[in-house]
Write a protein that binds this ligand. Structure first.
Ligand SMILES: Cc1cc2nc3c(=O)[nH]c(=O)nc-3n(C[C@H](O)[C@H](O)[C@H](O)COP(=O)(O)OP(=O)(O)OC[C@H]3O[C@@H](n4cnc5c(N)ncnc54)[C@H](O)[C@@H]3O)c2cc1C
Length: 432
């Protein structure tokens, strides 16, 4: 089975295809096309950018290699989390007060972009804004969270610290599993594949030429006449090009694939929970991640199924790779021991070395935007919208610096060293 068949198999294995609405009607681009902007990749970034561009009057094509949702945007946990992995103070220390402050303001409001898009386009994806909880794996982690809650609220966020008892009540988790946590009330959950279908449908309605089964295999020329060659023959001519291929980047533009680490994230979903279990576990429906370096995330999914995800290997996932998630589910929620697991699937997350999304302009009129690092439901939606507006010529739509495209050192060996690093982080997590 080649990697792309693997991608198609994963989308079929995902719980989201269960109860997904009908996919919008799309197909391969039938012939040559001339547009103002050609977008490569139809995830959240590509589709939200296309929507913003079309709203500004641009002629836009979105070209997707496979089917809608084959990338991370159709496979993720559906947790709408406004914020980065690092705390606001860490971001300001990393980027300086001015840019760091602007990045914090942008990411802390990034969930607004999702809920506004859902409302504006009437997207039926079960979007609810009932919060995201980060559970502290140790007392030291909880003390750090206390500082983070203050930092977020000082910057206009909506965070509440939870002690161990409050956390246990909200999660229904085994007593003693966590030392406490915090709740971000601006966050929420949705059905990620239906959200993507809704964005794609809105883009089509706005006149965007959105084509699936249209891999871009060649990029030639220069602004204002870039030429994108599709695998099945047609050529798209575009004034500007936006590449949003994220962890699924290939060698379309030299060095792009090597600028990020593609990390596998695994998920499982149980059978629908009986009403008495449903009443105990996450009764208010929040999404949850824990504070570990190699963390687990969980929520209630379609039909009241318990879903949990976490880091996978730096290679194609095997069935035994999911055993750790089943153990984590039983350890945290012993009452789920007899509930069967019905879905197992994986997707690829693009990790960047500085944990920030990257915006590159390697040539005039050629943009690459990628690397939302496992926080892309909110961030890719907000950033895609802002990048679309930037390509229309509007200044200051987002706070991210345009940086040179840099290959990660020893990228060819990433499976070895990244795998080793994950083992090391797991050890640190176990030590406390
Ligand atoms: C299992 C998993 C769970 C996650 N859970 C969460 C979560 O709960 N919350 C959260 O905020 N984030 C989560 N994330 C991260 C989030 O899903 C991503 O950050 C986000 O979807 C990235 O969107 P994107 O548009 O940048 O990329 P993608 O959605 O990956 O889209 C890239 C697209 O480019 C296409 N492509 C690649 N090469 C070509 C080419 N040459 N020609 C044409 N098309 C091409 C691919 O087929 C793909 O569809 C998760 C990710 C995974 C994998």
């Amino acid at each position: 089975m080649d990697a792309r068949d693997g991608q198609a198999a994963m989308i079929a294995a995902s719980v989201w295809t269960n109860q997904a609405g009908a996919a919008p009607k799309t197909g391969a681009l039938p012939g040559p096309l001339r547009v103002d902007v050609a977008v490569v990749g139809a995830g959240y970034l590509g589709t939200t950018a296309a929507l913003a561009l079309a709203a500004g009057g641009a002629r836009v094509a979105v070209l997707e290699r496979g089917e809608l949702g084959q990338g991370a945007s159709g496979l993720n946990g559906g947790q709408v989390i406004p914020g980065l992995k690092r705390s606001p103070a860490e971001i300001e220390a990393q980027l300086g007060r001015e840019r760091g402050g602007a990045v914090n303001r942008f990411v802390l409001r990034s969930a607004d972009a999702v809920f506004e898009l859902v409302a504006r386009h009437g997207i039926e994806c079960g979007a609810v804004r009932n919060g995201w909880i980060q559970a502290a794996a140790s007392h030291a982690a909880w003390l750090q969270q206390r500082a983070r809650v203050n930092e977020i609220n000082e910057r206009g966020g909506n965070a509440t610290l939870l002690d161990a008892r409050e956390l246990q009540q909200l999660l229904g988790v085994r007593a003693g599993a966590y030392a406490g946590g915090w709740l971000n009330r601006d966050a929420g959950t949705l059905h990620p594949l239906n959200y993507l279908y809704g964005l794609a449908r809105a883009a089509l309605a706005a006149g965007v030429h959105l084509h699936t089964q249209s891999p871009v295999v060649g990029l030639q020329g220069q602004a204002p006449a870039w030429q994108l060659r599709l695998a099945h023959g047609p050529v798209v001519t575009a004034g500007q090009v936006l590449i949003c291929t994220n962890a699924y980047s290939d060698d379309l533009y030299p060095g792009l694939r090597q600028s990020i680490l593609p990390a596998t994230s695994l998920q499982i979903a149980s059978a629908p929970l009986a009403p008495e279990l449903r009443a105990q576990i996450l009764p208010q429906g929040q999404a949850v991640s824990d504070s570990r370096r190699v963390m687990n995330y969980f929520r209630i999914g379609p039909q009241g199924r318990f879903m949990i995800g976490g880091r996978g290997p730096f290679r194609a996932a095997r069935r035994s790779d999911y055993d750790g998630l089943v153990s984590a589910m039983h350890r945290l929620f012993p009452q789920l021991r007899d509930v069967p697991v019905e879905y197992r699937w994986a997707g690829q997350v693009a990790l960047t070395r500085d944990f920030l999304p990257h915006v590159h302009q390697p040539r005039p009129g050629l943009w690459c935007v990628l690397g939302c690092n496992g926080r892309g439901v909110a961030l890719a939606s907000a950033l895609g919208t802002a990048i679309g507006e930037q390509l229309l010529g509007r200044p200051g739509t987002h706070p991210f610096e345009v940086t040179p495209l840099r290959r990660l050192p020893l990228h060819n060996l990433h499976r070895l060293y990244a795998g080793g690093l994950i083992q090391y982080f797991r050890l640190l997590d176990r030590l406390g």
